[in-house]
Design a protein around this ligand. Sequence first.
Ligand SMILES: [Zn+2]
Length: 283
Amino acid sequence: MPPMRIPILLLSAGLCLTLTHAAELPFLYPQSDAFRQQLAKTKLRNIVLIDYHIHIRGGMILEKAIRRQDQSGIKSAVLENFGREWPLSDNAKLKGFIDIHAQPQPDGRRVPVGIQVNDRDWFTQIDPALRQRLDYVLADTMIMGLTAEGTPRRLWLPGVTIGDPAAWMVEYMAHNLRILDEPISILANPTYLPPCIAGRYDELWTEERMRQLIAKAVSKGIALEIQAGSDFPKPAFLKLAKTMGAKFSFGSNNFNDKTKDLARWFDTIELLDLKPADCWLPK
Ligand SMILES: [Zn+2]
């Protein structure tokens, strides 16, 4: 009898290792009680969560996005940046990206595929046939103006300074409205402010400006994103957007294949008492 036990023990040890490994895969959500409860509460609201901001970068790949979806029930949509200084810098690269990621899986399912646009003339650069194949286009307002070297200024980078915040805000507001004029689907990280002036949010984002931005998004059917881990937009903006009939989308905005804490999503769903009709879906 004793020799018979050895393979069984080995088998159990192997199975145990496999399970531990699976539970620790960084691209899957940790199955904590708190997380399960939040998902159950969202389900009770009949809200189907879709993460429209999963970048294929830093080790994140389509297969992991699909496994994450299957494990959590939160639907995955994938995108990558299109623009001159970005991974999808021309139509050939964009075509390659769509060909790979929009392909149906063996079971026939397919995840929505989008792009994040970074140049303000993006819609004149994209082959219309390729644009047709995209499920959505996401844009944020976090690149404006030029650096001393003449490259687009990325407002989130350390060292960005703004001498006259009030004057800058006028320019930034125009930038926001211009982006909403583009044929985009989702405004990511709305009302973002660079770290150097983020403390002046209430002063710079006046109610009038918030209303102007929200009204334009609503009239054009553009979703306002609730991004995991972001401080923007603040509750005052979110509440106003809800009363003005805005649609909301959810996003994680990853830099690698690790999951993010989704507290921001769940808190906003509760804060705004969101219903399925408040959540944006591609046309
Ligand atoms: Zn992004």
